[in-house]
Structures are given as C-alpha cells and as structure tokens.
Design a protein around this ligand. Sequence first.
Ligand code: NAI
Ligand code: 2PC
Length: 350
Amino acid sequence: MSTNIRQPKYFTSEQVAEILTWSLVNSAVEEALIATGTTQANAKESYAIQPARSVTPCGDYSQRLLVMPGYVGNYQLSENGDRINTLACKVVTSFACNQNLQPPLPNILANILLFCPQTGQLQCIMDGTQITAWRTASASIVATKYLFLKRFPQGIEKPIKVAIIGCGVQGQSHALGMCKTFNVIDISLWNRTKSKADNLANKLRAEFPNGLNVQVSDRPQDAVEDADVICIGTYAPNALISYVMLKGGDVHINSVGGGQVHFREVSQDIYDYAVVYVDSLVSVKNQLQVLKATIHGELGAVIRNRGELRRDGRITIFQSLGIAAEDATVAQAVYDTLTNANIKTIHGSK
Ligand SMILES: NC(=O)C1=CN([C@@H]2O[C@H](COP(=O)(O)OP(=O)(O)OC[C@H]3O[C@@H](n4cnc5c(N)ncnc54)[C@H](O)[C@@H]3O)[C@@H](O)[C@H]2O)C=CC1
Ligand SMILES: O=C([O-])C1=[NH+]CCC1
C-alpha cells in the first residue's frame, strides 16, 4: 500500500536555542496560561486540553519519566496572528543523579513531539530541554507581572529586587529571564554549593554590566531579606525560606521546585499567610495533594480577568508544576520560526 506518511523533522538543541528569545517565550507562555482553564472547544476564545501527566518511576522516585500531552485550540501567537491549534506531547525525564556524572548532564532532559492538528501526523521532534528551562521561567515572569507588578502604579517599570534560591538550570533561566524582562536593580543568589551561585553571578555581571547589583549570599535568609520577588527552584525536601526571613510589605514568590517527592522548599507558615495561585488546578489536585494551602485560583484566570486578584494579600505565591500547554505553544512558535510557517510570531533580543 502506498503511503503519504512523511518522516518527521528533528530540531536539535542548538537549532532551538537560536530561536528562543524572552519576548517570544513570554508571549507564547502567556497564551498557554490563558488557554488553560477553558477546556471546551470554543469559537470565541482559546482553550486547552491537557490530561494530568503520567509519571513512571524508573526504579525509584528520583528517576522519573513524565509524558505531557496537550492540545491548545484557537489561540494566537501574536496580536495580529491567525488563530491556530497545536497538538504536542513532551516526553521528559527527571534523573536527579545526572548532575554528578562526569561530565554532568542536566537532570531534566526533554523532547517535544509536534503533530499536525488536522491529521495527527507527527511533524517534528524537537529538543525540549532548553524549552523546559525557558518556559518555566517565563511562567514565573508572567506570574510576577500579573500577581505582583500590576499592584503598583509603575507596573512593569517598577524597580525590583530579586532573590534566586537554587542556581541550577531553573535558577539560571529565572535570573536571566527576570533581568531581561523587568527593571531588576538588585539580584541576590543562593545555592547549596556556593560555586554555582558564583558562576551565575559572573554570567549576570557580564550580561548586564550597567545598573544591576549582583550579590552571592551565604544563607537563603540573606538572599531573601530585601527581596520583592523570590524565585525558588530546588529539590529541597525541607523548607529553605520561612516567613520571618521575608521583608515586610509586598513580596511575590515563584516556587517551581514542588513535586510529589520534593515538595517543601517554601515553609508552611508562608503558605499560611500567602495568597496562592497555580498554573493548573488539575495538576495540583493530581500531583500536589501534600500542599496545605487555600488556592485562590489559576494564574490564567487572573490574566483573563475572570478571577480577581486579591488586593489584601501582601504575599503571593505562584506554585508552578509545569503544564503541557506551555511546551506546546513555545514549540509551535519555535517550529513556525524554523519553517517560516504562521510567521507573525513575536521576536526580540535574547
Ligand atoms: N515547575 C516546572 O515547570 C518545572 C519544575 N522543575 C523543578 O525545578 C527544580 C529545579 O530543577 P533544575 O533547575 O532543572 O535542577 P538542577 O539540578 O539544575 O538544579 C537544582 C538546584 O537545587 C539545589 N538543590 C538540590 N537539592 C537541594 C537541597 N536539598 N537543598 C538545597 N538546594 C538543593 C542544587 O544545588 C541545584 O543548584 C526541580 O525540583 C525540578 O523538578 C523543573 C522543570 C520545570
Ligand atoms: O513541567 C515539566 O516539564 C517538569 N516539571 C517537573 C519536572 C519537569
């Protein structure tokens, strides 16, 4: 039988990295968050269908395979772009020991499969390791914009002090993304092994030679004591930051390191005082039953203006688990740019 099935293209990590910019990833991720929460096919607005991801422990829970399918319907990658649909599935492994290999490998390794949304034919496989690092930081950036900076008259121009707790892959992408996107005047870095924080500090000083004060802290409390925005992404099974360490007044925390087996990097007393938002209520119900907090809603609902932002909460937490829709919209933007399809996507400097 003759067949028209085409071989999928493969895009390497280097090809993907060429395309990634903060404006492209931030806007694709914002679209994914907006679509999340509406699950019915809908002619008027975007929607996302993303079943809870499957988690396969490989021997024990420090080694896992996650499969993250997602369909994002009727969304736009840019203001004047056509409305499009994306069908994707990220296959990602999290092997906590990879960092100790010689040479080290990232703990989190991913590939994203992008399918034709009309036929289901596999169009391409692209490296998803960098996309995972960027899109997770972008979700925190979008959360910081809507849950924190919108409280102030200066909005995204407001000068802010940022703390990074954990300077691994996520700490690095959060530091770079925050400094590229917002008016960050001061950034404090803490990592369990100090040399990693030193390396990130050197990178930031080279990238932002003017107007950014970069410090490496000996203890998490020193890093967060003046911070307006805290980004924390570790595998810590115990709290690294607690309520007494925070400055008074408005503080926003992006916590990305919560998972079934290593949830606790932020102390319970902060959850008790904070207004908590999540990327997906479905994911939290499936994967974060241990979370003892009143969840105010999904970040996407705040962006869509359906869920009001609690004005009385001085501390907000964005609890991020990572959602398939984010991978799908970013992969689509990268694919479109690499193949010149749907080419009204937004570009910007790295
Ligand atoms: N929310 C999301 O969408 C995503 C979340 N993640 C999560 O983010 C976290 C960080 O991931 P990566 O940056 O890729 O890992 P990484 O291995 O590159 O960095 C982890 C950092 O955490 C620190 N760390 C590990 N155990 C610690 C402990 N017990 N106490 C203090 N610090 C500790 C290490 O020093 C390291 O710098 C993980 O929990 C991962 O599962 C990763 C990808 C997406
Ligand atoms: O969303 C994601 O890709 C992941 N979350 C935790 C490990 C990988």
